[in-house]
Design a protein. Sequence first.
Length: 480
Amino acid sequence: MIKNILPVVLLCFVNSVSSQPVHLNPVNPHYFEYKGKPVILITSAEHYGALINLDFDYIRYFNALNEQGMNSSRVFSGSYIERESDISWMLYRNTLAPRPNRLIVPWARSSDPGYSGGGNKFDLNNWDDNYFRRLKDLIAQAKVRGIFIELTLFGNQYKDSIWANSPLYPLNNIQGAGPSGLKSFLVFQTLNNRQLLSYQESLVRKIVTELNSFDNVYYEISNEPYNDVLDSAAVDLWNYHMVKLIKETESKLPNKHLIATCFSIINNRDVSIANFHYVHVPKMQSFEWLLSLNKVISMDETLGSIIHSNVNDTRLEAWDHILHGGGAYNNLSWEYEPGKEAGTDSAKIIREYLQVLQRFMGGFDYIHMVPDSKILQVRPANSTIRALCEPGKQYAIYLNHSTLKGPNEGEVWGYHSLNGTYKDTLVINIPAGSYYVRWLNPSTGIFYAGTDQIIQHKGGKMQLATPGFVTDIALQVKKK
């Protein structure tokens, strides 16, 4: 009985204390703001099926994130579905591939059998009230644990066999809506099928309206919209259309939420979060150009830990992105499964590393800082260095030794940490002043003993010797 009452009570509590939804920081739009405080979103998240997979206990998952300071998660809405064979080494451990009859999506089941994933077909003219109760409870449970939700409305269907899993595929719904046939998956993110588009529009209006009172959610239009797509212009037009639809829907509602897009139309003025996946994929704009858009730059998906990227690689990637000026980082982890929602020991280690990063950034007034590589006068060999600066006042510097991982030239999917022992010298060019300097071990969160110092600097080049460290080290410089 208590279990049935709790979500209702929780929803009442959440709605009673609702505030302006999370938004861009007015001083520095590279970061978020929530309840008057700046926010950086940093997390290690599951494979996006927490909502649609009835076997996944999202409360246990959120508890694990919250206990180690993770403050966001990415959630797919249910228009994109995978099946057991789509990630063969995951099978039903893949949260986006629920077992038969354990899938819940926005549309109600009909009385007609024949859904490809088991059970009856869907009725696209009727909503499933249980789905929307679960959706609202998921976001409410996240809120009370300090977690923000990126709700991804749609996703590239990738190939016809995956498209055939979607409730919007014509054989899976009693309306027969949606394109079929060879390469029909390519139509999903276009304006070319009026019937399909009308159901996509209805879904957007329904979700945006139902969630308007929540302040810890923002919307991503579509996951990886360009993958395997030849006509990017058609995809862009569809993204424009969906962004406009959200804005029009919310124009009649009390609250306005942020909108993210993945690669597509990221320079649109109504898009506040520029999502990209991996470190640098082909035809991706430079990071400096992304920063010039004056919106949050989010690394929204990475190589999956720990199968494709080990714990040290993940730490380097997260630190490198945030100290480069990113405002959100989401490590894709294969370590969260139905029945194992708290993740593995490796997932816990990654969360510990990311928590150290969040705490390090919390030690700065970072909304007044911008990335500036020009202060770095001498760079140690075979290293990568990032610097966030408020000239003459505060500097956050990160140095690591690593190589890059990618299948082809121009593609950087991740980092390979070099786990040797190093002792380097940095030379930075900063104004005159009295500065407090100390070095941090990013893998432990502990400042190196005996390295704290106050330097009376005359201006110009300041030489700083690191303590001995393994792989990576961070530097905090603050004016006294």
